[in-house]
Design a protein around this ligand. Structure first.
Ligand code: FMN
Length: 236
């Protein structure tokens, strides 16, 4: 998809969302987190359009080698955890994205987690295409080199997850699902404590809402896995 075409389709998307904005305004004030408090059932309505509406999901900068003589690719993807041990992740990449063919060619890529002060560069990556230029130059992000896979990285990212594809599934009408093993994870000092726990409060990671395309940093911690069993030792 060219930059112009991508921008045009994004406009349609926003127009469709305006009805939801009006519904949001009618819905009433925001709800404060109340962990362990009285659970509310609330009045339920059906939205005019079905969609994968979910709260902010970390948006990620994927880097992969380019074609011989062409620019390396930075693309934006969502990801999901397939398995913790062995560490496996999945991404779904549209066939029109430059990254689709490049991941099939090289079989290796890096997921670079962005933070809030990278949000302008992040949007430039999303709104530009490697078909018209080098996205490292367009975004001002710094190209680095992965340690275990043959792929570029984004040096500003506090977390880099290096991946090797082990399965590829074509999903009609236009997506490819890549399942990949995580072979190395590198972090900036200060991102994790000495037990390897991610200190989300210290780093302004952000995600995008599915359905309305807004970027938010993460909210307050409201609990942990195993809290109902008084456990803090579980890692997943
Ligand atoms: C938050 C966010 C998540 C995205 N996730 C995906 C995704 O999972 N798969 C995909 O194919 N495109 C996704 N996109 C869109 C593209 O990655 C993006 O437009 C791409 O950088 C286009 O570059 P290209 O023309 O060089 O391929 C996402 C965009 C945003 C803003």
């Amino acid at each position: 998809m060219t930059t112009k075409a991508a921008t045009a389709s994004r406009r349609v998307f926003l127009k469709q969302s305006s009805a939801l904005l009006v519904m949001g305004l009618l819905w009433g004030p925001a709800v404060e987190p109340n962990p362990g408090g009285k659970m509310k059932k609330g009045k339920r309505i059906q939205l005019p359009e079905a969609g994968p509406m979910i709260p902010p999901v970390p948006a990620i900068l994927l880097t992969v080698n380019g074609k011989t003589g062409g620019p390396d690719e930075i693309s934006v993807v969502w990801t999901f955890v397939v398995e913790g041990k062995p560490p496996q992740i999945g991404i779904s990449v549209h066939k029109q994205q430059v990254a689709n063919e490049l991941i099939k060619t090289h079989g290796e890529f890096v997921l670079n987690l962005p933070v809030a002060d990278m949000v302008i560069a992040f949007d430039r990556v999303d709104m530009s295409s490697s078909r018209v230029g080098d996205k490292f130059k367009l975004s001002g992000l710094t190209r680095g080199k992965a340690i275990k896979v043959n792929a570029p990285t984004v040096e500003e990212s506090p977390i880099q997850v290096e991946c090797k594809v082990f399965n590829t599934i074509e999903v009609p009408p236009a997506r490819t699902l890549f399942l990949a093993e995580v072979v190395a994870t590198t972090i900036h000092v200060g991102v994790c404590d000495d037990k390897g726990r991610l200190m989300v409060d210290n780093v302004p990671f952000f995600g995008m809402t599915a359905g309305s395309g807004e970027f938010y940093t993460m909210g307050k911690r409201v609990g942990n896995i195993g809290m109902t069993k008084n456990r803090t030792d579980i890692k997943y």
